[in-house]
Design a protein around this ligand. Structure first.
Ligand SMILES: C[S@@+](CC[C@H](N)C(=O)[O-])C[C@H]1O[C@@H](n2cnc3c(N)ncnc32)[C@H](O)[C@@H]1O
Length: 253
């Protein structure tokens, strides 16, 4: 008989387990799933190319996000971590997949860029190994792979690691263009994340209500010869944490 639940974290882990089968990209075999995904570097996956997100470049070019410490959350092959290091940020980049990090490290070495890569579940690392506060936390494509209950962990991470006045920038599946549109409850009933969750702008505003919205728009499509990554099935948004901390990022209760 299992009576192990005592803490909120115990409940979150139990809910993780509901998505552990069927090749989902979360928990159980998640690191293995992503490792297999990255194993063939020559696959024509758009985000395998060493091109940074067009929206992130535009924030930096416009001086929207001042230089400082940055976290690339679910960095994959390090496209954006490398850009940030090149632009003078002190970068921590975390991913579950050793295969992804091996290639990201190779790319950083070849470019002579200094990035601190860490392997593991970013939410577990947030509790000890990550040295916040960060001026910028960038999440390109990780958030939409989280099961609904792990939004709690995501918000707790922002609460703990994002500096007052710091920026959280997001790229995630846009409803109607990419991702599962099942309701949160139906995702649990299905026991599958359906390859990633679609979000509407209203849903993003609801989740990140503790942050100030700066600009929420679709990513701008890029031609094949562009040096930037741009897929219009993604919403992009920088949000800013209020300086006076009047609002918590992570709502209590
Ligand atoms: C769609 S990929 C995007 C990779 C990269 N951000 C990019 O845009 O090129 C999502 C990444 O998130 C990573 N990931 C998912 N859950 C994670 C977690 N809990 N902790 C760290 N990385 C995670 C996966 O390993 C994968 O590399």
């Amino acid at each position: 008989m299992d009576r192990s639940i005592r803490t909120v974290e115990d409940v979150l882990r139990l809910l993780d387990g509901l998505f552990a089968s069927g090749g989902d990209r979360w928990t159980g075999g998640a690191a293995g799933w992503w490792d297999d995904f990255y194993a063939d570097r020559d696959r024509p996956v758009p985000f395998f190319a060493a091109k940074p997100d067009e929206n992130l470049v535009s924030y930096l070019d416009r001086g929207l996000v001042p230089r400082g410490r940055a976290l690339d959350l679910g960095c994959g092959l390090g496209r954006n971590a490398l850009l940030l290091a090149e632009r003078g940020f002190e970068v921590d980049a975390v991913d579950l997949s050793p295969a992804a990090l091996a290639l990201a490290e190779e790319r950083a070495r070849a470019a002579g860029l200094d990035v601190r890569f860490l392997r593991g579940d970013v939410f577990a690392l947030a509790a000890d190994s990550l040295r916040g506060p960060y001026r910028l936390i960038h999440d390109s494509g990780c958030f939409h792979h989280l099961p609904p209950h792990r939004r709690i962990s995501h918000l707790a991470l922002l609460d703990r690691l994002l500096a007052p006045g710091g920026y959280f920038s997001l790229a995630c599946f846009a409803a109607g263009r990419m991702g599962s549109e099942l309701s949160d409850a139906d995702l649990y009933r299905a026991g599958s994340l359906g390859g990633g969750l679609a979000y509407t702008p209203e849903a993003l505003r609801h989740v990140f209500a503790g942050l100030e919205e700066i600009e929420l728009r679709a990513m701008r499509s890029q031609p094949p010869d562009s040096a930037l990554f741009g897929e219009p099935f993604l919403w992009t948004a920088p949000f800013r944490r209020p300086v006076n901390g009047a609002r918590d990022v992570h709502p209590r209760g």
